[in-house]
Ligand binder design. Structure first.
Ligand code: V0V
Ligand code: CO
Length: 146
C-alpha cells in the first residue's frame, strides 16, 4: 500500500540558501516553490529521481512562514534538520485508515492539500517511534504522477 519514498522533509531557516546548497553540492534542481498558509510553510521540491511506479522522489525544503506553524516550533526547538519522511501511496485515505487499525493516530481527520497538487496526511511521531510520517497521494492516477 505504501509504494515508495516520496520525499524527505527538511526544515531550514533560509529556503533560498538551503536550496542553493542542495543544487550546488548535488546537482539537483528546484522543480517548484510553493507557500501553504494552512501548513505555515514555504517549501521547495527538488527532484532526486524517478521510481518504478512512474512517480518521483524528492527532497522537500521547508521554511516557516511565520511564528505559529509546526515547522517554526520544531526549528526553534531543534534547529535545522530532517523534519519528516513521506511515503507515497495510491490511496492516502486507505493508507491512513490502515495505519489507524494498528493504533497509529493521524494528525488530520481528512487529507489536506499538499505540495504539487498532492493530497496528504500525517501520522503522529509519538506513534511512529519518533518520526513524523507523511502519507502522500501525488496528483494524477495511482499516485504515480510527478
Ligand atoms: C513534534 N514532535 C516531533 C516532531 N514534531 N517528533 C518528531 N518529528 C517531528 N517533526 C514531538 C515533540 O518532540 C514532542 O515530543 C511531541 O512531538 C509534541 O510536540 P509539540 O511541539 O507539542 O508539537 P505538536 O503536538 O504541537 O505538533 C506535532 C504535530 C505537528 C506532529 C501534531 O508537527 C503537525 O501537525 N504536523 C503536521 C503538519 C506539518 O508538519 N506541516 C509541515 C510540513 P515530547 O517532547 O513530548 O517527547 S508541510 C508538508 O510536508 C507538505 C505541504 C507536503 O509535503 O506537501
Ligand atoms: Co512533506
Amino acid at each position: 500500500m505504501l509504494t515508495r519514498i516520496d520525499h524527505i522533509g527538511i526544515a531550514c531557516f533560509d529556503l533560498d540558501a538551503t536550496a542553493e546548497f542542495y543544487c550546488r553540492t548535488y546537482g539537483f534542481t528546484v522543480a517548484s516553490i510553493e507557500s501553504s498558509q494552512e501548513m505555515g510553510v514555504r517549501e521547495a521540491m527538488l527532484r532526486v529521481g524517478g521510481t518504478d511506479d512512474g512517480g518521483a522522489s524528492w527532497i522537500q525544503l521547508l521554511e516557516p512562514l511565520g511564528e505559529g506553524g509546526p515547522v517554526a516550533g520544531w526549528l526553534a526547538r531543534n534547529g535545522e534538520g530532517v523534519h519528516h519522511i513521506a511515503f507515497g501511496t495510491a490511496d492516502v485515505e486507505a493508507a491512513t485508515a490502515a495505519a489507524g487499525e494498528h493504533g497509529v493516530r493521524s494528525v488530520y481527520p481528512e487529507p489536506r492539500p499538499g505540495s504539487r497538487g498532492s493530497r496528504i496526511n500525517f501520522l503522529h511521531p509519538k506513534d511512529c517511534h519518533g518520526v513524523l510520517t507523511e502519507l502522500v497521494t501525488a496528483t494524477g492516477a495511482g499516485g504515480a504522477a510527478t
